[in-house]
Ligand binder design. Structure first.
Ligand SMILES: Cc1ncc(C[n+]2csc(CCOP(=O)(O)OP(=O)(O)O)c2C)c(N)n1
Length: 430
């Protein structure tokens, strides 16, 4: 029997005419390299004609959700953030800057084709207020479970820029000795349970850590970050329901950036907001401007107090926007901010969201309230840039991993356990 080979574009066309769902399609799509507009236009028409809630979503519709241009300098959230010490407010600014500058530097290297970088790289640029606002309300020993878009989470929780840069450069000094790449970075000493290529995995990871804390009575909390698309995962409702039943100290933090790869979020969820899904559960829900670090911090502080008091989970939805393509840098340019020309969203929408830049808004808020001076903020920006430059130099100067060691990184228990396993299995250790 002869087998006919078909390319992915043809396959997608067949799936479309057979009425494939948007979720199936988006799992098959690869937003990474060389996509033509035509292919994504096809994906959008597939997604929007499938089952789901808001089937009429069009590129540009995220404009309806634009936050104000400035963080309000008065009000509950503003007062709660302003009560932090100057050191803590400065640290938030430092980490927001480090996150933005580190990813921007990586983006420029990828786009310029320098240093042999390749592979998945999901930028968090534009969403920094969520990670930094959440982390400011946590203790160092609280746990976070991240997503595929996790560099910003790691930086906000105090992770190591050098080790993360070296990992992206596939060097032996990297977090995973150069074998894991961007989506598998873990730093348990900092409570960072890992970035994760499995959409929807953060729910159970955070819940597991939180159950441990509950059993031991340590008062630690677990935070599950997840995207709007992950809310469509079958694990979401089951996890939040079980955590509610057992009052597990988990905070479910949704980063609603309206985009599920190249598919509009509105076509895969049936409600206008993710936080509407679970309203029937008797737990606090906070719907906040995710580009306002004060709003995110205030909501998380309340959720943390609720969890530490033994009352169980909370849900926070932060409305935000990612400036670049899903993964990789289609539409991005060296030294320029934002990815333009992507067929699943309008350039006007990108520009408007960029004008609500969470870092500039926080800076303006700090200055207007007179909490940190312009000179001090300038020094923080320069120090963040130096740390980013140093991380790239560190990565460049590090050695490549020894391929013979690769197998030893695949088993808990390290080289000894791996050797024993392979000896027993008769495969041989290397
Ligand atoms: C279980 C699973 N299904 C599908 C994918 C492919 N995939 C990777 S990222 C992604 C989109 C996730 O969107 P969202 O949760 O909204 O997060 P965002 O990328 O917007 O931050 C998909 C479908 C995957 N990695 N894992």
């Amino acid at each position: 029997m002869s087998t006919q080979r078909i390319d992915r574009r043809t396959l997608i066309g067949i799936m479309g005419s057979a009425g494939a769902s948007s979720v199936v399609f988006s799992s098959c799509g690869n937003a990474n390299a060389g996509l033509t507009g035509a292919r994504w236009e096809k994906s959008i028409s597939l997604a929007t004609s499938g089952p789901g809630g808001n089937r009429d979503w069009q590129p540009g519709d995220a404009l309806k959700f634009l936050p104000p241009e400035k963080i309000p300098t008065s009000g509950k959230a503003s007062d709660i953030l302003a009560a932090l010490t100057k050191e803590k407010l400065s640290l938030i600014y430092e980490r927001m800057n480090a996150s933005r500058k580190w990813e921007n530097a990586m983006k420029d290297l990828f786009v310029a084709g320098k240093d042999g970088l390749y592979g998945s790289f999901h930028t968090y640029i534009g969403e920094e207020a969520i990670a930094c606002g959440v982390m400011a309300a946590l203790n160092d020993d609280d746990y976070i479970a991240s997503t595929h878009r996790g560099h910003g989470h790691l930086i906000a929780k105090g992770g190591d820029l050098n080790k993360m840069a070296a990992e992206i450069f596939f060097k032996e000094t990297g977090y995973n000795k150069g074998y894991g790449g961007s989506m598998h970075i873990t730093d348990m000493a900092k409570g960072i349970m890992g970035m994760n290529g499995i959409v929807g995995a953060s729910f159970y990871l955070a819940a597991g850590a939180a159950i441990r804390a509950q059993v031991r009575g340590t008062k630690q909390v677990g935070v599950a970050f997840f995207g709007d698309g992950a809310a469509a995962s079958p694990y979401y409702f089951s996890a939040i329901r079980s955590c509610t039943n057992h009052k597990i100290p988990v905070i479910f933090v949704n980063e609603n950036n309206f985009q599920y790869m190249g598919v509009p979020m509105a076509s895969v969820v049936p409600t206008k907001y993710i936080s509407e899904y679970t309203r029937g559960l008797d737990i606090p829900h906070h719907l906040v401007d995710g580009n306002d670090v004060a709003a995110v911090y205030a909501a998380t502080k309340e959720a943390v107090e609720w969890a530490r008091a033994g009352k169980g989970p909370s849900m926070i939805e932060g409305i935000t926007y990612r400036w670049y393509d899903h993964s990789g840098f289609a539409g991005g340019r060296v030294g320029a901010d934002g990815a333009m020309g992507l067929p699943y969203r309008s350039d006007e929408e990108v520009r408007q969201w960029m004008s609500r830049d969470p870092i500039s808004r926080y800076k303006a808020w700090l200055l207007e309230k007179g909490l940190v001076t312009a000179a001090e903020l300038g020094r923080i920006e320069a120090a963040s840039q130096s740390a980013v430059d140093a991380s790239i130099n560190f990565a460049r100067q590090s050695k490549d991993p020894d391929p013979a060691q690769g197998v030893h990184n695949t088993h808990a228990g390290g080289p000894v356990a791996a050797t024993q396993f392979y000896n027993r299995s008769g495969i041989g250790a290397s």
